[in-house]
Design a binder for this molecule. Structure first.
Ligand code: GAR
Length: 213
């Protein structure tokens, strides 16, 4: 029997998106999460991984003199797990170009905004301050440009007059738990690829991101 594709998930915190992927794995067994790496010790995501019998490793960025030295260790750990895909799920470190290049085309990230709007931090606040009528999350291939890689898919939600930063954080996370498993499922079925910084879905170049509902 063929082995299912091997996923490594990188986290920095709560790991609710990791949990959504663990539940997808348990329900369908179309991939195997072979390792979870966190740059922060003792976060909830590590507990979730251990509860699902997934190997974990902490590479604490505060213990490394430079970003390059930290990323070299991250790459070493990722390679010990021999993944097919590397999934960033709330991983809050900017990667060096060397790390990105090593895994380019196999590396995806989820970001809480409708990219190219609002790369970086405090995306919910920025959407509110701009008076936007909708907000959302994006899954994209990671390239050397921060939150700038080609977008694969998005999920959207209207912003209402009652919304606050916190309400948007919570609502969007629930939606992310639909978006990320869907994209990972396309990925492991070989339906997505990155070529010359363009996304191909079922061998056709995407001109706009796929919308998950
Ligand atoms: C998610 O909302 C994700 O989009 C965001 O962090 C949260 C992690 O939540 N990622 C970024 O901001 C990356 N720039 P989780 O730890 O509960 O999955």
């Amino acid at each position: 029997m063929n082995q299912p594709p091997r996923l490594v998930v990188l986290i920095s915190g709560a790991g609710s998106n990791l949990q959504a992927l663990i539940e997808q794995q348990q329900a369908h067994q179309t991939f195997e999460i072979v390792g979870v790496l966190s740059n922060r010790p003792q976060v909830q995501g590590l507990t979730r991984a251990s509860a699902a019998n997934i190997a974990t490793q902490v590479v604490d960025h505060t213990q490394y003199p430079t970003r390059e030295a930290f990323d070299a260790e991250v790459a070493k750990v990722i390679n010990t797990w021999q993944p097919d895909w590397i999934i960033l799920a709330g991983y809050m470190r900017i990667m060096t170009p060397q790390l990105v290049q090593q895994f380019k085309g196999k590396l995806i990230n989820i970001h809480p905004s409708l990219l190219p709007k609002y790369p970086g931090l405090r995306t919910h606040q920025k959407a509110l301050e701009a008076g936007d009528h909708e907000h959302g999350s994006s899954v994209h291939f990671v390239t050397e440009e921060l939150d700038g890689g080609p977008v694969i898919a998005q999920i959207k939600t209207p912003i209402t007059a009652q919304d606050t930063e916190q309400s948007l954080v919570e609502r969007l996370k629930t939606l992310e738990h639909r978006l990320y498993p869907q994209v990972v499922s396309w990925l492991v079925q070989g339906q997505l690829r990155l070529q010359h910084d363009n996304v191909y879905f079922n061998d056709e170049e995407l001109s706009t991101p796929l919308i998950v509902t």
